[in-house]
Design a protein around this ligand. Structure first.
Ligand code: NDP
Length: 322
């Protein structure tokens, strides 16, 4: 089969299309023939070595497709099933072996493209707004990269829970998308200082929670945007990692809370995974949550996909198709 391989960490050029053997599923594994592959920022961290993996490897943490074969101990899934999965490495490929407990059935109403576009970022938006900081009616919420894959979903889920939502974006076109997703106010952080804007929009009070996936360039000001006892949910670092923080800073800025969560810990049990995926798919079905597929590229163009994602040229979801 064809797969993207990484032999050494580095820039987008290290993503190479190669011929590799298709493995047989063992024990609890399922072999999936991909129909769509989700591109996520974590794939960039794996490629650059920010998150370390043993070399060589096939990147990619999300896909959808048809079950081709099932290992002897894998239960609840059969050849021919339409499925999707997230947080299992190796999806930039025609086929992938995935642990059965990480697979979710794809409802008949959802296309393979929407399945691969929704699951990882959708379950992330779900745990951020339902669990890391459960958004309450009347809260003010700040979402960075609000037109990104995760961002558009966080905006919609925070609105669903009754918040006033502020989003930051880099361009007017992205501002339009964040507004369509329901953001009440959109701040162009390339042109305006988002901290001053948030203070102005909240009459100096600040917001109850900031969902910050940008990291290094936004972290300090995100803390400054919080109301006393507010929560900074730092869930990514698309601009680079955040330097070490002195806990005294959290006291000085208003008895703040800081958390650095990952989807892996918020979907660790089968029940939790099915709860988050079930809510997500039913909200998509009812039209309460819309997933925007921004761009679709062939698997062979994985390098170009990474250039666009890192170059801030994407909005919504970027997919690869084998
Ligand atoms: P996005 O679609 O959000 O793409 C990244 C966006 O970040 C860009 O489009 C850009 O938006 C913004 N950005 C700001 N500064 C930079 C920079 N210096 N370089 C690149 N982008 C920048 O990607 P994803 O939705 O895949 O992921 C968003 C974030 O969420 C990532 O940090 C990712 O690691 C994190 N994440 C974390 C998870 C978790 O469980 N902890 C799970 C899923 C995602 P703009 O042009 O508007 O500035």
């Amino acid at each position: 089969m064809k797969a993207i391989r990484i032999e050494r960490v580095g820039g987008p050029e290290v993503l190479k299309l190669a011929d590799v053997p298709t493995a047989e599923p063992s024990a609890n594994q399922v072999l999936i023939r991909h129909r769509a592959i989700g591109v996520n920022f974590i794939d960039v961290y794996h490629r650059t070595g920010l998150y370390k993996l043993n070399l060589p490897f096939t990147p990619g943490m999300e896909g959808s497709g048809v079950v081709e074969a099932v290992g002897p101990d894998a239960s609840g899934v059969q050849p021919g099933d339409r499925v999707a999965y997230a947080m299992a490495l190796g999806s930039y490929s025609e086929y992938a072996l995935v642990p059965a407990h990480q697979i979710v059935p794809l409802p008949p109403t959802l296309s393979f493209e929407l399945g691969a576009a929704a699951l990882l970022q959708g379950m992330t938006a779900h745990y951020l707004t339902e669990s890391s900081y459960p958004v309450k009616q009347g809260d003010s919420v700040l979402v960075h990269a609000a037109a990104g894959g995760a961002g558009l979903l966080v905006v919609q889920m925070a609105k669903r829970r009754g918040a006033r939502v502020f989003g930051t974006v880099s361009t007017p076109a992205k501002a339009g998308l964040a507004q369509q997703a329901g953001a009440d106010e959109v701040i162009l952080y390339t042109q305006e200082d988002f901290e001053s804007e948030v203070k102005r929009l909240t009459d100096g009070k600040g917001v109850q929670v900031v969902y910050d996936s940008v990291g290094r360039t936004t972290f300090e000001k995100s803390l400054n945007c919080l109301a006393p006892r507010g929560v900074l949910v730092l869930f990514g670092q698309s601009s680079g990692p955040v330097p070490p923080v002195d806990p005294g800073t959290l006291m000085g800025k208003g008895s703040l809370f800081l958390t650095r969560p990952t989807l892996a810990h918020y979907s660790a049990s089968r029940d939790e995974l099915l709860w988050r995926a079930g809510d997500l798919f039913s909200w998509m079905d009812s039209g309460e949550v819309k997933v925007r597929i921004g761009q679709v590229l062939p698997l062979a163009d994985a390098s170009e996909a990474h250039r666009r994602l890192e170059g801030r040229q994407t909005s919504g979801k970027l997919l690869l198709v084998p």
